[in-house]
Design a protein around this ligand. Structure first.
Ligand SMILES: [Cu+2]
Length: 503
C-alpha cells in the first residue's frame, strides 16, 4: 500500500503550506477529477507534538467559478474554502480553527495556533469546511492525516510508533453518483467528473482502491484508521474489520481509551471519526480481507516467516484536563440541554452565524442529551464523554470519549454526553458530519463565555453591533441608519472573512 509523505514539527514548530487544488487521478481504471490538499490523495501526513505551534499557510488554488450557486444553507460556494483541524483542542477563532473563515479563489490565509502542553496525542485530520461546499470538497477527497505524536516513553513497546509497523490509513469515500448531483446543484462546472451510467461508490485507502497491506504474521501493527468521510457507507458507519485477524482497540477520535486492550470484532467509525486499532494476523503466506460490512475494501498479505505472538499488556493514558472523568459529576446548574440533529437544522433551526444554540461558561460541566437520529454528531475542540443512553458494545463503553458520534443502532436515543469547558472560550461549532446535511443547515454553535456563570439552552439571536447601532441611530435620519448598518455588516463580515482573492 502507498504511504503518504509526512512532515514533522521541529523545534516546537510545524510550518507548512497547504494548497487546495483540483487534480486528476486514476482509481480502479477510472480517470477522476478530484479535490486534493497539496495535489495528492490523501495530502501529506502532518506530525506535531503537544505544546507545538502549528502554522499553516492555506492557499485556495481553485479557479473562480462565476456560475457557482451562492445561497445560504444550500450547496454552492464551490470555489471558496477554508480548513478545519478536526480533533485538535485549539481555539475556534482566527487565526486558529475558525470554520466561518472564507478564503476565495486565488486567496490565502495564514493559520496559526498552539497545541496545549497537555494535548492528548492521537490521530486527527484536516479537511475543508466552507459551509455550502464542504460535501463537494471533502467528498471529492481533500483530506490529510494530522497526528499528535506520543511523548517518548509514554507507550508500551508493542504500541509505540514504529514506521515499519504502523499505518496511517485515511479511508476516503468516493460516492460518485451523489457527488455528481451535488456538483450540479452547486453550479460546479469544473472539477468533479465520474464514469457515465450508474457509477459505483468506492472506498479508497491511502488513495488506493483495494490496497494490499503487508504484515508479518504474529506481529502487532498499529493502524490509525481515519474515516475521512462526508456521508454514511450505505446506511451506516464505516464498519471496519479485518476478517480472521485479531483487533484490539487502542483509541477513538484521537483519544486513548482507558481500558486498553479492548477486543473488538468491528470498528463502526462514523464519517469524520477515527479508530486506532492494534491488528495481528496469525498465519504466514496468507491473504486476509479488510472489509466494511459486506464490502471488500482491501487485503492484508502476510509474509512467510512468523514471529512469536505476545499478548498486549494493559495500559492507561494520562488524561488531559479536558478529558477528566465526568460520569459521576452532574452538570452545572442549567447546563444540561437537548440537541436534536436533523437533516438541515439543529433543534429545528437552520444554521445562522447570528444564532447561538446554547450558552455555557468556562469551568462549566456541560451535559447534552443528543438525539442523533442516525446522523454523525461532531463537536469542534471540546470532545465529549459518553455517560448514559447505551447498550454497551465492544466498541462503545460508557465513559469513552468521542468528538464524532453516531448511534448506528447500537444505542438508545438520546445519548447523554458531558464535557467540561476548561480553558478555551468562544464559539464552538457542532454539526452533522454528513456534510451534505451540514451544507444545507445541520450546523450550529454554542458560545462559551470566558467570564459568565450561567448557561442557557434556548437558541437566540446573537447580540451584534448592528442592533446597538440601529438603536443609537434611530433618532437620526433613516438614510443614516441604513448606511451605518451597512457599514457594521461590512465590518463584521470583514472581521470574520478573508476574501483575499484577486479583484
Ligand atoms: Cu445528518
Amino acid at each position: 500500500m502507498r504511504v503518504p509523505s509526512s512532515v514533522s514539527s521541529s523545534g516546537g514548530l510545524l510550518d507548512v503550506v497547504l494548497t487546495l487544488e483540483p487534480a486528476w487521478v486514476v482509481i480502479n481504471s477510472m480517470e477522476l477529477g478530484i479535490f486534493t490538499l497539496n495535489g495528492t490523495l490523501p495530502g501529506p501526513t502532518l506530525r506535531i507534538k503537544a505544546g507545538d505551534r502549528l502554522r499553516v499557510l492555506f492557499r485556495n488554488l481553485l479557479p473562480a467559478q462565476p456560475n457557482a450557486r451562492r445561497q445560504h444553507n444550500e450547496f454552492g460556494y464551490v470555489d471558496e474554502s477554508n480548513l478545519h483541524f478536526h480533533g485538535l483542542h485549539v481555539p475556534g477563532d482566527l487565526p486558529s480553527d475558525d470554520t466561518k473563515l472564507v478564503v476565495g479563489p486565488g486567496g490565502e490565509f495564514q493559520y496559526e495556533t498552539v497545541l496545549p502542553q497537555y494535548h492528548m496525542p492521537g490521530t486527527n485530520w484536516i479537511h475543508p469546511h466552507r459551509h455550502g461546499s464542504s460535501a463537494l470538497q471533502v467528498g471529492g477527497a481533500a483530506a490529510l492525516a494530522l497526528i499528535v505524536d506520543d511523548p517518548p516513553g509514554s507507550l508500551p513497546d508493542e504500541v509505540k510508533w514504529d514506521k515499519r509497523l504502523n499505518f496511517n490509513t485515511p479511508a476516503c469515500l468516493l460516492a460518485f453518483g451523489v457527488l455528481i448531483g451535488i456538483a450540479q446543484r452547486s453550479g460546479d462546472s469544473l472539477v468533479w467528473s465520474a464514469p457515465a451510467g450508474n457509477p459505483p461508490d468506492l472506498l479508497v485507502i491511502n488513495g488506493e482502491h483495494m490496497p494490499e497491506i503487508a504484515a508479518t504474521p504474529g506481529r502487532w501493527q498499529r493502524w490509525r484508521v481515519i474515516f475521512a468521510g462526508w456521508r454514511n457507507v450505505g446506511r451506516s458507519a464505516l464498519n471496519f474489520a479485518v476478517d480472521g485477524c485479531t483487533m484490539q482497540l487502542l483509541a477513538k477520535d484521537g483519544m486513548y481509551i482507558s481500558d486498553f486492550p479492548r477486543s473488538i470484532q468491528l470498528a463502526p467509525i462514523p464519517a469524520g471519526g477515527r479508530a486506532d486499532i492494534m491488528v495481528k494476523c496469525p498465519s504466514p503466506s496468507s491473504r486476509y480481507r479488510v472489509t466494511s460490512g459486506e464490502t471488500l475494501i482491501g487485503f492484508v498479505d502476510t509474509s512467510a516467516i512468523p514471529v512469536s505472538s505476545s499478548e498486549l499488556s494493559s495500559w492507561s493514558p494520562v488524561l488531559p484536563d479536558y478529558m477528566q472523568d465526568l460520569q459521576a459529576t452532574p452538570a452545572s446548574e442549567g447546563c444540561s440541554c437537548e440537541t436534536e440533529v436533523e437533516e438541515a437544522s439543529i433543534n429545528g433551526v437552520p444554521f445562522s452565524e447570528d444564532t447561538v444554540l446554547h450558552e455555557t461558561f468556562l469551568g462549566a460541566v456541560v451535559e447534552r442529551k443528543i438525539d442523533t437520529g442516525g446522523h454523525p454528531y461532531h463537536q469542534h475542540f471540546y470532545p465529549f464523554q459518553l455517560v448514559d443512553g447505551f447498550r454497551s458494545s465492544d466498541f462503545f463503553h460508557l465513559g469513552d470519549w468521542h468528538d464524532t458520534f453516531m448511534s448506528d443502532g447500537l444505542t438508545r436515543e438520546p445519548v447523554t454526553v458531558r464535557y467540561k469547558t476548561t480553558f478555551i472560550a468562544g464559539e464552538m461549532m457542532l454539526h452533522c458530519h454528513r456534510l451534505d446535511h451540514e451544507d444545507r443547515g445541520s450546523m450550529a454553535f454554542e458560545t462559551i463565555s470566558p467570564t459568565g456563570s450561567t448557561c442557557s439552552c434556548s437558541a437566540r439571536a446573537l447580540d451584534t453591533g448592528n442592533i446597538v447601532i440601529i438603536a443609537v441611530a434611530v433618532s437620526a435620519a433613516v438614510c443614516v441608519v441604513i448606511s451605518v448598518l451597512g457599514f457594521c455588516v461590512w465590518r463584521r463580515r470583514s472581521h470574520r472573512r478573508s476574501d483575499v482573492g484577486p479583484e
